[in-house]
Design a protein around this ligand. Structure first.
Ligand code: HEM
Length: 451
């Protein structure tokens, strides 16, 4: 591995990839469902594939060593400033998720103590309360429920109560719909034509309206907190407000953007993960029974002691396997600041790299029967080689990993003790790549009560 200073361009080759057309490049090859596109590029051209969208050079990375080079060993050469980050900034500004350099580092340091494994434990009761609420709500419901929207509601409430001590029930519908419309628009702009927001296309206008709704909701929360001087919850929001009031680099726009980011990053991903878990359990009743049995051995009712979650080894494997098959963040994007070399191929300066988590997680060299749901493959966690990175890798690894895993396990413990969820129809759930990997349609399930 090398950087531009010692790169000998005469010895290294162009990475393989589909031949493009003049001017537009590979625009026609990169159409349709991106999971299929990335899978076909991997099958057709190997672990490092290059393609061009108009004048922009891209690489799709399908090997753990290459991913490690970008995210860890030569991380300083790769910045988070590609088209995805630029688009997400339109919604969530220059927050921890999209920032770079010193400014990113300060934000990470400010936020990360809240997400340490010991600190996250204190959020257990919030997840428990929200799970109980959901069960009560379901008991009063007849007919099938949409599990995806239920999980979105639950994780949104959990993130609100845990990080900013807010009951967000009254905003759930609005946020769900505004987030969905906004994220769809931004995703279209990543791979399609992105007219400046000042040009009033229908899509741009709609996006700006939905973004305004989201900003209003967050601004209201901030206004309430700032005007209530007695209010000291010592939560993450308090911490961010005092940083904003004492350090010039954190301004009020940042404060709003960071809250939007946490609401977005903290609920979409975990909700998607849980939706896929429920879908896979419903499809594999034998696995579901084993999870239920394991939960019954360790819990009889509420999660009294959060430490006991570590006994749920099989349940954990199910969760890991679900996010192997359906990683909520299905690709990580970086830009090459300087030219680099990767496995004998050139990485062009200024190009964009997609670390394709989806194809890495199904790479036949690292995963046997890669497309099959087999939680036992995680029996020995060391088997989860570098070809497994649902939470990313390196210093920009997911901030909320501990939070998400604890939340998912508690939700499973509460819901599994009460009921079984069975698919209401025989439709196969289709993964839809967007900013996160969602289930394409509603995921309708029937509830069978155990008690
Ligand atoms: C199953 C659930 C989750 C998955 C699979 C997931 C996945 C990821 C991945 C792959 C990244 C790295 C992106 C990159 O390197 O460009 C990331 C970053 C991030 N995640 Fe998560 N995430 C999850 C849950 C959460 C939760 C619950 C929170 C917050 C409460 C959160 C907050 C963040 C933040 C703030 C970053 C940016 C960190 C940085 O750049 O320093 N995530 N996540």
């Amino acid at each position: 591995m090398s950087n531009s200073n010692n790169l000998n361009t005469t010895q290294i080759r162009q990475a393989p990839g589909p031949r493009g057309l003049p001017l537009i490049g590979n625009v026609l090859d990169i159409r349709g469902n991106m999971l299929d596109v990335l899978t076909n590029l991997h099958r057709g051209y190997g672990d490092l594939v290059t393609f061009r969208l108009a004048h922009l050079q891209y690489y799709s990375i399908n090997h753990p060593d290459f991913a490690k080079q970008v995210l860890l060993t030569n991380k300083d050469n790769y910045e988070k400033d590609g088209r995805s980050s630029q688009q997400i900034r339109l919604l969530a500004g220059q927050s921890l998720l999209t920032d770079n350099g010193d400014s990113w580092y300060h934000k990470r340091r400010l936020l990360q103590t809240t997400f340490r494994i010991d600190t996250v434990k204190k959020f257990k009761d919030v997840v428990a309360t929200e799970s109980d609420w959901l069960i009560e709500n379901w008991r009063q419901t007849n007919g099938p429920i949409d599990i995806h929207s239920a999980m979105m509601h639950l994780t949104y409430q959990v993130i609100g109560k845990s990080l900013i001590s807010e009951d967000l029930t009254h905003t759930t519908e609005q946020v769900a719909s505004s987030m969905e419309i906004s994220l769809r628009h931004l995703y279209k702009r990543i791979f399609g034509i992105a007219f400046p927001l000042t040009i009033p296309t229908l899509g741009n206008q709609r996006f700006k309206k939905e973004r305004q709704h989201l900003h209003h909701i967050v601004d209201d929360i901030l206004l309430r907190r700032l005007s209530n001087k007695q209010h000291h919850t010592n939560d993450l929001l308090d911490k961010m407000i005092s940083a904003q009031q004492s350090e010039a680099m954190f301004d009020s726009v940042w404060l709003r953007d960071e809250v939007v980011t946490l609401l977005l990053a903290g609920h979409e991903t975990t909700a998607n993960a849980l939706s896929w878990v429920w879908y896979l359990l419903a499809q594999h009743p034998d696995v579901e029974q084993k999870v239920y049995d394991e939960i019954c051995v360790h819990f009889n009712g509420p999660v009294d002691d959060v430490e006991k979650l570590s006994n749920l080894t099989y349940t954990m494997q199910v969760f890991y396997e679900a996010i192997r098959l359906y990683p909520p963040i299905w690709a990580i994007e970086r830009n090459a600041l300087e030219a680099d070399e990767m496995g004998g191929y050139e990485i062009a300066k200024g190009s964009t790299l997609f670390i394709s988590i989806y194809t890495l997680h199904r790479h036949p060299e690292f995963w046997q029967d890669a497309n099959q749901f087999r939680p036992e493959r995680f029996d020995n966690m060391r088997n989860a080689s570098m070809a497994y990175m649902p939470f990313g890798l390196g210093p920009r690894m997911c901030l909320g990993k501990n939070f998400a895993i604890q939340e998912a396990l508690i939700v499973l413990v509460y819901l599994m003790q009460q009921c079984r969820l069975q698919l209401a129809d025989n439709k196969t759930a289709v993964p839809e790549p967007g900013i996160t990997l969602r289930v394409r349609d509603k995921l309708m399930m029937n509830i069978k009560w155990r008690k």
